[in-house]
Design a protein around this ligand. Structure first.
Ligand SMILES: C[S@@+](CC[C@H](N)C(=O)[O-])C[C@H]1O[C@@H](n2cnc3c(N)ncnc32)[C@H](O)[C@@H]1O
Length: 257
C-alpha cells in the first residue's frame, strides 16, 4: 500500500522540486543584482590589466595525446587560486580519483617533478600509474579504516583533491577522516558537488556557517575559509591556529558618539 503510494507520489514531488529549483536559482541571481547591473566581459581584470594565462589550462589545452584528463574548464581558475603557493615547494598531495592518470601527470607538471603524489582509487587497474614520487592506493574512499591507516603511513599532507566517486556518502567520510591530516596552510578541494539540494554541499555550508559563531569554536580555531565555486568547494586551513577572534582598534581620532 505504502509502496504503491510512494511510487505514485515521488515523481510528483520530484517534478515539484525541479520546478521550484528552476525559479529559486534565477531569483537569487536577480536579487544579487546581477540582472540589474548586467554582466560585463571585456577580457580584462577590474584593474584594467589583461588576465594572465592559467598554467593548468595551458597544460590541458596542449595535452593532445597520452593519459586522459577530463575537467570542467572553470576548475582551472579555482585550482590556480588555491594551489599556486605550493608550486616548486615539494608539496605532498592526495588525489582521490585516478582514472586514466592524466590529472596526476598534470599535477606533477604544475607542482614540480619532486612533489609527492598519493592517488587513491577503487579501481585496481589504476596501479599502473604508480611511478617515482607517485604512490597509488587501491581503496574505497568511504572506508574510514583505510584513511586512518593511510594517515599513519603517510602523515600530514599539503593538499587533498577529492575527484573520486562524487557521492555525498563518499565525500563526507573522506573529508572527516583526512581534514585532521592537512598541514597548516593546506587545502582541501572537492570536485563535482552538483545540485541545489546536494547533502555534502549542505554539510560544508554548515561548517562555513560556524565561522560566524559568536562563541569561539574549533572551526574558527583551525579553518581560514570555506569557498564555493560552481561544483567545487575549497576549505583552507589557517597557517597558524587561532586561540581567539579579537576586535581591536587603532588610531586616536574618533567621532563622538
Ligand atoms: C572522475 S574520475 C577521476 C578523474 C581524474 N582525477 C582526472 O581528472 O582525470 C573518478 C575516479 O574515481 C574512482 N572512484 C569511484 N568511486 C570511488 C570510491 N568509492 N573510492 C575511490 N575511488 C572511486 C573511479 O574508479 C574513477 O577512476
Amino acid at each position: 500500500m505504502f509502496d504503491v503510494l510512494r511510487k505514485k507520489v515521488r515523481p510528483l514531488t520530484n517534478t515539484a522540486r525541479t520546478l521550484i529549483d528552476m525559479v529559486y536559482a534565477p531569483s537569487l541571481y536577480w536579487l544579487a543584482g546581477c540582472k540589474a547591473n548586467g554582466i560585463v566581459g571585456n577580457g580584462k581584470a577590474a584593474s584594467g590589466r589583461p588576465v594572465s594565462p592559467n598554467p593548468l589550462e595551458t597544460y590541458f589545452d596542449s595535452h593532445r595525446t597520452g593519459p586522459g584528463l577530463w575537467k570542467w574548464r572553470h576548475y582551472f581558475e579555482a585550482y590556480h587560486t588555491h594551489f599556486a603557493k605550493f608550486r616548486g615547494a615539494r608539496p605532498k598531495i592526495v588525489e582521490i580519483g585516478v582514472y586514466s592518470g592524466g590529472s596526476l601527470d598534470m599535477w606533477r607538471e604544475y607542482f614540480g617533478a619532486d612533489c609527492e603524489l598519493y592517488g587513491v582509487d577503487i579501481d585496481k587497474s589504476c596501479m599502473k600509474h604508480e611511478k617515482q614520487n607517485v604512490k597509488i592506493n587501491i581503496a574505497n574512499q568511504s572506508d574510514r579504516a583505510f584513511w586512518r591507516k593511510f594517515r599513519e603511513e603517510v602523515g600530514e599532507v599539503d593538499i587533498v583533491i577529492d575527484d573520486g566517486g562524487h557521492r555525498p556518502r563518499q565525500q563526507r567520510p573522506t573529508f572527516e577522516e583526512i581534514l585532521g591530516a592537512i598541514k597548516p596552510g593546506g587545502i582541501y578541494l572537492c570536485e563535482d558537488i552538483h545540485g541545489l539540494r546536494n547533502p555534502f554541499a549542505a554539510y560544508l555550508r554548515g561548517i562555513a556557517n560556524t565561522l560566524n559563531d559568536h562563541r569561539f569554536n574549533a572551526v574558527q580555531a583551525r579553518i581560514k575559509s570555506v569557498t564555493f565555486y560552481p561544483y567545487i568547494a575549497v576549505v583552507e586551513i589557517l597557517d597558524t591556529p587561532r586561540k581567539a577572534l579579537t576586535s581591536e582598534k587603532s588610531g586616536d581620532q574618533w567621532i563622538k558618539g
